[in-house]
Design a protein around this ligand. Structure first.
Ligand code: BF8
Ligand code: SF4
Length: 635
């Protein structure tokens, strides 16, 4: 494949050329080896849920049913439901780990502190946990207890759900029968429901998939994000840099990659403390750069630069300048071991469920977090000594990028435009939307996927939305894409925002004392931080006295790949949001399932999926949707 067809990012293109010269196999080689990909799988009409299979349906005739008698829609819905449960399980498990950490932090048995007692109090208040007279640690223990109870049986639904979702939504979900009881029960139930000879009713299974979206959102995203903010701090605007050019030829380069920030926070801390050792080894210091969602976590709170997203991970190592890459869980390509073996790069896995043959496994324990992080940083310094300078080529491409736009930060910034400070901080944003200065709000989120030229869909859609004066929120891998283009810094406001959006962002930046315009694409963080999108929409709807489903807003995961992105998409639909995705999540072989997801759901919950692989057509439709919502409101 021509390197220009792989990515819109010139730094990745340059490294793809180097990969060819260095004779390193990359994701794009394996993509080509997989062509043509299985048509049955793509349509979602193959089943191997029992040993009589695999069964497959002929979309044009016979066989029209599996051996057990299930229909095409039944198979498609069953696969879609299991896929959604996979996503919900990853986020719920991530969040559970953060709650264990919070509980241990409260006990004082791990070397972490509560960085944000104000957030702890706010979360406690939201949950109805009494705060008065309690020490920070006592309150943290009480909040952790409520979180653990959310994973236990015996209640109508999770407290994190009722504390965060608008009451109107909770009633809609209860009515639709999709209110989840607790994550462990619901995920277990889906595995049961989708086993052979249980559910054959596609409607029942599509609704259960929506329920998985709610499990994902409230026992995964919102819970994980809240706890991480409590322990590490709620993000505030921060300026950093993006793209492979952030790697430093003169320093020990360590990349933190994966999702759960407990280890990466410690690596950042110890990299600073061990600078002296790096200098003794002949380097000018230690450079930490972030990849994927761990990258977003340390960018949002510590201003650590972004090296790249999912499809850039191999190309970072191909620079020959990465001394160590440390990973935990999710979206870590197993091929990294193979790529690292072509250079001096040390690949370290740290999680008991995320081992890779060829990588060094170094278990990370909360109790010994400091020792573990030191060991890993020192391994990076050792590896630096073996760097082969003749193999090093770092693209001279980097871009200013801002992060740190938590809901708290967004409210603080726009609240500065209020002349009466007792007004709702989002009133200026609501006013700008009502007057038409801002057409609406869209979240452009999610992964990379080899079906699309890397970052091409994400960047084009965001560019089109900004031209139409639509404020864009971003997170996950999409944030790295948009950071690289320059849409996430004040110059991006000048270059990409439509005129009336630009004026609002300039005024807000000035009022908030940022010294520059607010960027037109706001980085809300990692994928668990997508809860911030839900929270902002909830608060916007409250400030406007409307339901979320009536707001001029949309969500888009243009290059979605992971099961998590589908679980999140289901939540967006259930929230009442028009949700664009760049490809059908293996449901095309089920006509009725497709109809439910792309049309019927709207009647039930107010949101629906919209599938479109062409970025300009997708942008046209998202813009038309937002404008239609405006018309319906008479604005
Ligand atoms: O949680 S956007 S490829 S890195 S799944 Fe993965 Fe997708 Fe990237 Fe983070 Ni999110
Ligand atoms: Fe075939 Fe039914 Fe078994 Fe699936 S569950 S493999 S469709 S017999």
């Amino acid at each position: 494949m021509n390197t220009e067809d792989m990515s819109v990012n010139p730094a990745v293109q340059q490294m793809a050329e180097k990969a060819k010269r260095d004779d390193v196999e990359t994701v794009w080689d394996r993509y080509e080896q997989q062509q043509p990909q299985c048509g049955f799988g793509e349509l979602g009409i193959c089943c191997r849920n029992c040993l009589q299979g695999p069964c497959r349906i002929n979309p044009f005739g016979e066989p029209s049913h599996g051996i057990c008698g299930i229909s095409a829609d039944g198979i498609v819905a069953r696969n879609f439901l299991r896929f959604s449960a996979g996503g919900a399980a990853t986020h719920a498990d991530h969040a559970f780990e953060t709650v264990e950490m919070l509980s241990k932090t409260a006990e004082g048995s791990v070397p972490y502190e509560i960085a944000d007692p104000a957030k702890l109090k706010a979360v406690a208040a939201k949950l109805g946990v009494p705060t008065r007279g309690k020490s920070v640690k006592r309150l943290a223990a009480d909040v952790a207890k409520v979180a653990f109870e959310d994973f236990a049986p015996g209640k109508e639904t999770m407290r994190w759900l009722t504390a965060n979702a608008p009451e109107e939504r909770v009633n809609v979900w209860r009515e639709a029968g999709i209110l989840p009881k607790d994550p462990d029960l619901e995920i277990r139930r889906v595995m049961h429901q989708t086993s052979m000879g249980v559910d054959a009713d596609y409607t029942n299974m599509v609704l259960a998939a929506m329920k998985m979206g709610l499990v994902d959102a409230y026992s995964g995203l919102q819970l994980g994000c809240d706890v991480q903010d409590i322990v590490f701090g709620t993000p505030k605007p921060v300026k950093t840099q993006a793209n492979l050019g952030v790697l430093d030829e003169d320093k020990v380069n360590i990349i933190v990659h994966g999702h759960v920030p407990f280890l990466s926070e410690k690596i950042v801390e110890w990299a600073r403390k061990l600078e002296g050792e790096a200098k003794k080894a002949g380097a000018k210091g230690i450079k930490i750069a972030g990849m994927c969602c761990t990258g977003n976590e340390v960018l949002m709170r510590k201003g650590i630069p972004s090296a790249g997203n999912f499809l850039a991970q191999e190309f970072a190592i191909i620079t020959g300048a990465v001394d160590l890459m440390v990973v935990d869980v999710q979206c870590v390509m197993p091929s990294l071991a193979q790529v690292a073996s072509c250079y001096h790069t040390k690949l370290v896995t740290t999680h008991e469920i995320g081992k890779i043959p060829g990588a060094e496994h170094m278990p990370f324990n909360a109790e010994t977090a400091d020792e573990d992080a030191q060991r890993i940083v020192r391994m990076g310094i050792e590896a630096y000594k073996k760097r082969n300078l003749s193999r090093v080529e770092i693209p001279d491409i980097r871009q200013e990028m801002w992060g740190g736009f938590s809901v708290e930060a967004i409210e603080e910034i726009f609240g500065c435009l209020n002349s009466d400070k007792s007004e709702n901080p989002l009133k200026p944003l609501v006013d700008a939307i009502t007057s038409g200065q801002i057409t609406g709000v869209a979240a452009v989120l999610g992964c990379n996927n080899t079906r699309f030229k890397h970052d091409s869909m994400i960047t084009r859609i965001a560019e089109r939305l900004l031209q139409e004066n639509i404020l864009v929120l971003t997170g996950g891998c999409a944030a790295h894409s948009l950071g690289n283009t320059g849409m996430m810094c004040p110059e991006g406001t000048e270059k990409y925002a439509g005129e009336s959006l630009r004026k609002v962002l300039e005024a807000a930046g000035q009022a908030a004392g940022l010294g520059a315009a607010v960027p037109p694409v706001l980085h809300i963080g990692s994928c668990v931080d997508n809860s911030r999108v839900g929270a902002l929409l909830t608060n916007l709807a409250a400030a406007a006295n409307l339901d979320i489903k009536d707001l001029p807003v949309a969500a888009s995961a243009p290059e979605l790949a992971h099961e998590k992105s589908v679980a999140i998409g289901n939540w967006c639909v259930a929230l009442g949001v028009f949700t664009h995705i760049g490809m059908a999540p293996f449901v095309g072989g089920g006509r009725e399932v497709t109809r439910m997801l792309t049309s019927e759901m709207e009647k039930l919950v107010g949101g629906k999926y919209y599938v479109e692989p062409d970025p300009d057509k997708a942008a046209d439709t998202i813009i038309a949707h937002i404008k239609a919502k405006r018309s319906a409101l008479g604005i």
